[in-house]
Design a binder for this molecule. Structure first.
Ligand SMILES: Nc1ncnc2c1ncn2[C@@H]1O[C@H](COP(=O)(O)OP(=O)(O)OP(=O)(O)O)[C@@H](O)[C@H]1O
Length: 272
């Protein structure tokens, strides 16, 4: 995937004065005896696009899932808008995910039995919206992702890139304040991945939605304004991607550091 002028524009838009919407403090999480997070702290501002990077097994997905309220940390706190997510019940966290937090995975997981438009309308319907209004919103969101004409089709009739754009529309239809995306372009070819990221970052910027993207691809991380690099369950680095000339930059600074240091065989292995 080659960085483009569109992504340079997005990367330049830092949000230093925007309020913090989400914080994770001293997050610890293990799976049995395997530690995944060993005390991770981070904060995300409104409208900020943040890449969570690091080698395989460094804890990226676990951090994302803890911040999204899908997983409960063993210790530490997640705060969203003054609410301690990590202390909420499962039903309270589910409600929050239907309203303020959007989650998107590598494979969009559209419901095959529903049309694309019904899929996108689903979070609104689950939230109690009327069918007609929900379908109208779904159609508008599909339009923003350039797939409005596919609303009547079923997911199986769409390409992978089209399905993932519909999945992004579904994740954003409730206008969440934070969108959590785990390898959102992982199943797409370079062009489809780049189109998706360009649209996703543009729409997020328009809506003031913060986006956290887990990725092991430098080209994807280069779409972010900030990069949180994990290493063995801890934060190795957290900083702006310093991208005034992002279009000329093949990858993010932190990935460049990985390339230089070389001990992370798993990262190179993954690039294959
Ligand atoms: N459900 C689980 N059960 C057991 N161990 C898990 C589970 N999820 C994660 N782990 C372990 O926790 C550690 C961190 O995993 P995590 O998936 O968060 O890393 P990651 O950086 O996202 O990796 P990748 O890039 O390979 O997806 C790894 O050692 C992993 O094997």
């Amino acid at each position: 995937m080659t960085p483009t002028a569109a992504h340079a524009e997005t990367s330049d838009a830092a949000t230093p004065d925007a309020p913090t919407v989400l914080t994770g403090t001293d997050l610890v999480r293990a799976f049995g005896k395997t530690p995944a997070l060993r005390g991770v702290s981070c904060a995300v501002r409104a409208g900020e696009i943040v890449a969570i990077t690091g080698p395989s097994g460094s804890g990226k997905s676990t951090l994302l899932l803890c911040l999204a309220g899908v997983l409960v940390p063993d210790a530490g706190e997640v705060n969203f808008g003054g609410q301690q997510i990590s202390r909420m019940s499962e039903s309270e966290r589910s409600r929050l995910r239907r309203t303020d937090l959007g989650v998107l995975f590598q494979f969009g997981q559209l419901v095959p039995e529903l049309t694309v438009e019904e899929n996108v309308a689903l979070p609104l319907l689950l939230g109690g919206a009327r069918r007609k209004a929900a379908l109208r919103s779904a159609s508008e969101w599909l339009d923003r992702f350039g797939v409005a004409d596919l609303g009547e089709r079923y997911p199986g009739e769409l390409s992978g890139g089209q399905q993932q754009r519909a999945a992004v529309a579904r994740a954003l239809v409730t206008e969440p304040r934070v969108l959590f995306a785990d390898e959102p372009t992982g199943a797409l070819d370079s062009l489809a991945g780049e189109q998706l990221l360009t649209q996703l970052t543009r729409v997020a910027k328009e809506n003031g939605t913060a986006v956290l993207i887990v990725t092991h691809e430098a080209q994807v991380a280069a779409y972010a304004q900030r990069e949180i690099a994990l290493w063995d369950g801890t934060v190795a680095d957290d900083g702006l991607t310093s991208a005034p000339t992002a279009g000329a930059r093949p990858g993010s600074r932190l990935f460049a550091e990985y390339d230089d240091s070389q001990p992370v065989g798993t990262f190179d292995d993954e690039k294959g």
